[in-house]
Design a protein around this ligand. Structure first.
Ligand SMILES: *Cc1c(COP(=O)(O)O)cnc(C)c1O
Length: 357
């Protein structure tokens, strides 16, 4: 069986050594030494100004919305994982969907301004499959209309745009360190902001809004992560280069094997580095997608419709909205098996099966 994703695991001995330290210290959570170490390792590696390790990528988004004190309409993308939208609703705000750009699959910056009303307070967009949004155009619009910008960078670990971490763009960026992401801490996530004061506020929000002994300053949540999760993040940390190298090889093998296949890959933004979190394809038709899925499944190979369906038309707690490009792309988009343990030979076999269709 070949799954779509399979979490990377470090050698068990290396994780065990870190666990033994936890057992000795009896310090399990509340920003213990491993969580603090992981935080600074990530901050250095990604070259970002302030980084907070949190429970997961979803809570990271909730905390971002809360910290910016957003109330009203938030312009967002319908082509993302459901957490991008559900956190907006969870925080009592209203998502306003703007269609995506056909090439990059990120929010279409040219369509943002027409969606702005007097109630618009922010833009929350996703760097889809790690591919950066048009951060410059979004920045101009945000400044002009005094909007806050949050980027859901759950897929964007390690991506740089114009020589700078993609997490340094916007007011706040979030990332997920979930087991299925390219680098993970089992469950986990982080928040990046250039703004020092905002970072301190986020720190308090992460810890129930407690500012010090017996002092509550903010409405907070429990966004802390545990030492066990941090241990996984640290154990995986030194394999990041290996993981990236392997993913690049897999990506190249797929691209080569499918160069004549009736599908296109999203067009990566100029001046941005690639991080290979997934292998997404937009097939020629939904009918072809069904045939690909069936042919691969017969061989025990799984694919995923990611992202499908459109968040603008499929969520029971929101009015249905059909956005032309998103509806069309979501119908035809798939992610093929893509993970560290996947063999190049398997990629070749998958490509052969698909090319025979
Ligand atoms: C994975 C993911 C999230 C949620 O992250 P969790 O760590 O699983 O909570 C949010 N947005 C996108 C785009 C994701 O892919």
């Amino acid at each position: 069986m070949i799954p779509v994703v399979k979490p990377f695991l470090p050698p068990f001995e290396e994780y065990k050594v870190l666990l033994e330290g936890i057992w000795e210290r009896h310090w399990l959570t509340n920003m213990g030494p491993l969580a603090t170490e992981l935080e600074s390792k990530l901050q250095d590696k990604l070259k970002v100004s302030n980084l907070l390790f949190v429970t997961n990528g979803t809570v990271a988004l909730q905390m971002a919305i809360k910290a910016l004190d957003l109330k009203g309409e938030i312009i967002t993308t319908p082509f993302s994982f459901v957490a991008t939208t559900s956190t907006i609703v969870w925080e009592g705000c209203t998502p306003v969907f703007v269609d995506i750009d056909r090439d990059s699959l990120t929010i279409d910056a040219n369509k943002i301004e027409e969606a702005i009303t007097e109630n618009t307070v922010a833009i929350l967009a996703t760097h889809v499959y790690g591919n950066p949004c048009d951060v410059e155009a979004i920045d101009i619009i945000a400044k002009k209309h005094k909007l806050k910008v949050i980027y859901d960078g759950a897929h964007a670990f390690g991506v740089e745009y114009k020589g700078k971490s993609i997490f340094e763009y916007g007011d706040i960026s979030t990332c997920s360190l979930h087991a299925t992401k390219l680098y993970h801490s089992t469950e986990g996530g982080f928040i990046v902001t250039k703004d020092k004061e905002l970072n301190v506020k986020l720190q308090r929000i992460r810890n129930f809004g407690i500012a010090g002994f017996d002092v509550f300053t903010d409405l907070g949540i429990n966004g802390k992560n545990s030492e066990m999760h941090a241990a996984m993040g640290i154990a995986n940390f030194k394999y990041i280069a290996n993981i990236s190298k392997k993913r690049k090889e897999l990506h190249e093998a797929y691209s080569e094997g499918l160069k004549n296949f009736k599908a296109i890959q999203p067009i990566w933004r100029d001046n941005a580095t690639m991080n290979y979190p997934y292998f997404p394809l937009v097939l020629e038709s939904e009918e072809l997608l069904f045939r690909v899925r069936e042919a691969l499944l017969k061989e025990g190979i799984h694919i995923r419709r990611y992202f499908y369906p459109s968040l603008a038309s499929a969520l029971p707690y929101l009015p249905k909205q059909m956005l032309e490009v998103t509806e069309d792309i979501a119908k035809r988009a798939i992610c093929l098996p893509f993970y560290y343990d996947l063999e190049i030979e398997d990629v070749k076999r998958i490509c052969e099966i698909m090319c025979e269709l």
